[in-house]
Design a protein around this ligand. Structure first.
Ligand code: AMP
Ligand code: ZN
Length: 140
């Protein structure tokens, strides 16, 4: 629990949330400002600000819960033609609540949600340079 963290307060029960799943490590509740009906947040109960601070075991479980919510959404009767599992880290990446969370967002044609992907192809030597920087820091 970290003071002033809204998700820690939901986890300890001092702020209400509409829960869809809970176990000893992860809670999932409805996003209060949903992008589309059925938008859920899966949240580790321990406080980590960003993904890189979190242990892989918790991360793997968080994603497992996200997959279960995805399957439940598809069976729910809500309008779910597709989903986005979205996980934002840092203000530059749209993170508003500094407690790790995984969005499970139902999607349908024409819902108006926009994410702009790259528009220009990068040069192969540029891709190799970036890959080299990343590969040299990969843990095994
Ligand atoms: P992010 O931009 O990835 O940090 O997303 C934070 C999400 O948390 C937003 O979609 C908010 O609508 C949602 N949110 C903020 N406060 C609450 C709350 N009290 N209960 C449920 N969802 C919340
Ligand atoms: Zn927290």
């Amino acid at each position: 629990m970290t003071d002033d963290c809204i998700f820690c307060k939901i986890i300890e029960g001092s702020i209400p949330a509409v829960t869809v799943y809970e176990d000893d490590k992860v809670i999932a509740f409805m996003d209060i400002m949903p992008i589309n009906p059925g938008h859920v947040l899966a949240v580790p109960k321990a406080h980590f600000r960003e993904l890189n601070e979190m242990d892989e075991e918790t991360g793997a479980h968080l994603f497992r819960v996200g997959m279960r919510i995805d399957r439940a959404l598809r069976r729910s009767g809500l309008r779910v033609e597709g989903t986005n599992l979205l996980q934002n880290n840092g203000r530059a990446a749209f993170q508003e609540v500094p407690h790790v969370h995984l969005h499970i967002i139902p999607r349908y044609e024409g819902d108006g949600m926009k994410v702009r992907f790259g528009q220009e192809k990068a040069a192969p030597e540029q891709l190799r340079e970036w890959a080299g920087l990343i590969k040299s820091k990969m843990e095994r």
